[in-house]
Design a protein around this ligand. Structure first.
Ligand SMILES: [Zn+2]
Length: 240
């Protein structure tokens, strides 16, 4: 498929507003940061990497506190890629069994299919040659090898989207997110609403439930807090 311009002299921006023109998809690189291959490209076949067709990969990181909508944003980007008929594979760490074993589910309950993997090495071995978009949720739970894996996948011409917590419950940088943010082409910080004051929240406050002996990682154990309301220690509900 040629660009809009060499198909009839319209500006690409105008044509992009009406994708029904020319009876097919007209992709415009400026649209919402979506991933576009070279203008004359076809999708890669199952046995060839996007790089061999001229795709230039990139790394995107979506990060923030609990309840900030990171997973929601990851799912939104994946769905847009699927609408664009790009081949997508989604992964999540195997230890995260809070909602669903084989899907990425946000607190808002939208979901996509995802493969649970135990290590970054396992993730790498499961990426198919023709996959254009690799989505990874809860990236903070992966081993540090995920940094090299993300780099390698992007070098192969793929769009790598990682979502994860940027800080732990004490407000410290959550490895390996800082390294991923450093090598990413694009970093999006998403924000929650502070449960105490209603301000913009950037921290995950850990809450100890009365009588609980084991802290589970779900919504019950955390609150989103702003910098002023955050107490970097465990708390009981209503305290602080
Ligand atoms: Zn607050």
């Amino acid at each position: 498929m040629g660009t809009a311009k060499d198909r009839g002299g319209f500006s690409a921006g105008l044509v992009a507003l009406d994708p029904t023109l020319y009876g097919g998809f007209v992709r415009h690189p400026a649209l919402d940061g979506d991933f576009d291959g070279p203008s004359s490209s076809r999708p890669p076949k199952p046995d060839e990497t996007p790089r061999s067709l001229g795709y230039v990969g990139r790394i995107e990181v979506v990060c923030g506190s609990m309840f900030s909508g990171k997973t929601e944003e990851l799912i939104r980007r994946v769905k847009r890629a699927l609408y664009a008929r790009q081949s997508v594979q989604a992964f999540k760490p195997r230890i995260d069994n809070r909602y669903d074993a084989t899907r990425i589910v946000s607190h808002g309950a939208t979901a996509i299919e995802a493969v649970p993997v135990a290590t970054s090495e396992s993730l790498m071995s499961r990426v198919l040659p023709g996959t254009v978009v690799v989505a990874i949720d809860e990236a903070q739970f992966f081993d540090r090898g995920i940094v090299e894996v993300a780099n390698e996948l992007a070098d192969q011409g793929r769009r790598v989207i990682l979502a994860g917590l940027d800080q732990d419950y004490l407000g410290r940088p959550f490895p390996p997110m800082p390294d991923l943010m450093a090598i990413a082409e694009d970093v999006t910080k998403v924000r929650a609403v502070c449960t105490v004051c209603g301000g913009t929240a950037s921290r995950s406050q850990r809450i100890i439930q009365e009588g609980a002996t084991v802290l589970v990682g779900g919504a019950d154990s955390y609150e989103a807090r702003c910098r002023a309301c955050f107490r970097p220690r465990d708390m009981r509900p209503g305290e602080g």
